[in-house]
Ligand binder design. Sequence first.
Ligand code: GLY
Length: 376
Amino acid sequence: MEQITIERKGAEIDFSYHIVWEHGFDHLPDCLSAAGLPFQKVCIITDTNVEKLYLDQVKQALAPMNKKVFSYVLPAGEEHKNLNEIQKIYGFLIREHFERKDLLIALGGGVVGDMTGFTAATYLRGVDFVQIPTTLLSQVDSSVGGKTGVDYDAYKNMVGAFYQPRLVYMNTDVLKSLPDDQFASGMGEVLKSGLIRNREFYEWIDAYTEEILEKDAKTLDHMVQECCKIKAKVVEEDPKENGVRAILNFGHTLGHAVEKLKNFTMLHGHCVGFGTVAAAWMSYQKGLIPKEDLDLILRLNETFSLPSQVSDLSVEEIITATKSDKKMEGGHIRFILLNGIGNAVIDRSISDEEMRSALQEFMSGEKTPASAGDVQ
Ligand code: GLY
């Protein structure tokens, strides 16, 4: 078993939990015991897709603990990530007499994790929860760091809470059977992780593309672990996104705009892939990254089937949609750029004109920006 601890000690914010990587679910009882959780009842919250694949396996793994195990199955899909569904979970927990010491487990991808976390943060003013992420995207990003919440109409993650899980248990075997589009979506966040903090890791991804695409177990284990280590460090520094945590949103300003305009029909990581290329393009135009780096970013996006284009959307629509994002601060967009691969920076000066110019140029299908100067 491999594991790291993510922790922060302080008067206002205090958390410490393990992120565990395993093959199989069998070690879940040991990990729950090690976390010292006092529950008598546990409710596994999952969705209609993941239920069929892993719910029985997780229930069987929990059986030796002699706890009362319940399950609650959400309808699958981002369109159900709303307060109506959360209310139904509250109703279930109340009817089954869940108490403050009891436990919720999120078994699924990012939507299940965010919704279970938000339920845990608010039911009885807070109960313990554990993340068991079953997609690449949730393993490398959303299950770590305590962002929980729901969408409000087409406004993504508008209602939520920072609420840390007590354990993140990853069975990396689940990645083998992940559909290709889900795998590609996860790669959007994997590439982001390297780009924002670790050039060496980004270059490792480039060197191991074949093994990653073949889903070689050892390679995927290393890849997932590196992403979690990057994220854990950032979250430890700034759990509530008062500063540096914003770099985790690299590619997300324009990515979320597209996700919203496409009515969530395009997977999150694909939208991040598009946003990554746009942000890299802007970084190049501002002279922050050299052309070789931009080319590498475009090439890796393509290798992992992530879009550099979106059909049916105009540049103006995309720019307008960025205005309702959470990343606005006093009317200005908090944009994340690259000052070199592995070094993301927060920029509050990006104008609509700069966004327009970058989007127009790269959405026109040009391979490299015509107006960029050489930067070494
Ligand atoms: N997914 C971005 C964050 O957790 O801050």
